[in-house]
Design a protein around this ligand. Structure first.
Ligand code: PAF
Length: 278
């Protein structure tokens, strides 16, 4: 496995790697969820490149950029064991050189759900992902369903900007108690970690209601909120039943829909989702 930093080095090595090429974009501090993307890429592509870049432009002013967990040596060991061919760890200057002023924005989808609470977040995501796509020119790029809106926004950008690649969205990986895997879970102390299970329990309660015939969007949202309210350490920011493609909030009777939420447990903001009616 080779590790490179600059775009020049990256391009030189990519030129010699056989196609199809799979790209797994990450911010590092890898967990099983990331590794499942690498495995999927390994199974579908001849060569696999993983980028590790904690992208400053997708963090808000009061968010955890400086505290974001990092452990590159551990990441390299894990990626080596998964058979990644190449790891790209650009510096901030490589991605955003002095004088940088070009942004990629997916207008409407970026304003919904998470975008409402994290202004500018998706502009940072789409800008960096467009740059990762340009630099690596993959045939397929792998993202997790855990960040459901990110996947929708990136698909739109890929189509709108005619990137010649397939966006592959892989299932959310969960801990045995249901908590969706996330690098941010490491911020939780033991009490908070236990409390965090309420997020998946509330989604599961709404899924169960849906599966037993409940179709009213408001009742389904209330079901999630009710379960969340049983956990004193959990502070919901939003609870949503939305159209999985347009991300618009739904009212009345629903069929295929995205149940999603953002919940603070202490200072840690957890997001999770499920799609029902597939
Ligand atoms: O999902 C992530 O880890 C990031 O948002 C991504 C796609 C690597 C862009 O920085």
């Amino acid at each position: 496995m080779k590790v490179v930093t600059t775009i020049a080095e990256l391009r030189k090595i990519l030129a010699a790697l056989p196609k199809p090429l799979g790209l797994v974009p990450t911010m590092g501090y890898l967990h099983e969820g990331h590794l499942s993307l690498v495995r999927r890429a390994r199974g579908e592509c001849v060569s696999v490149v993983v980028s590790i870049f904690v992208n400053p432009t997708q963090f808000g002013e009061n968010e955890d950029l400086s505290a974001y967990p990092r452990d590159l040596d551990r990441d390299f060991d894990l990626l080596g064991a998964e058979g990644a061919d190449l790891v790209w760890t650009p510096t901030q200057e490589e991605i955003y050189p002095v004088g940088y002023q070009t942004w990629v924005t997916v207008e409407n989808l970026s304003q919904m759900l998470e975008g409402h609470h994290r202004p500018g977040h998706f502009r940072g995501v789409t800008t960096v992902v467009a740059k990762l796509f340009n630099a690596t020119q993959p045939d397929k790029a792998y993202f997790g369903q855990k960040d459901a809106q990110q996947a929708v926004v990136i698909r739109r950008m890929t189509e709108d900007l005619n990137f010649p690649l397939e966006v592959v969205v892989c299932p959310t990986l969960r801990e045995p108690d249901g908590l969706a895997m996330s690098s941010r879970n490491t911020y939780l102390d033991p009490k908070q970690r236990q409390a965090a299970t309420v997020v998946y329990r509330s989604l599961a309660a709404a899924v169960q209601a849906f599966e037993t015939g409940e179709r009213d969007a408001e009742v389904l949202r209330n079901r999630m909120s009710e379960v969340l309210s049983t956990e004193p350490l959990a502070e919901p920011q939003y609870v949503s039943v939305a159209n999985p493609e347009t991300l618009e909030e739904l009212n009345g009777s629903v069929e295929r829909s995205l149940f999603s939420m953002a919940v603070y447990v202490g200072k840690t903001r957890l997001i999770d989702n499920v799609v029902v009616g597939d």
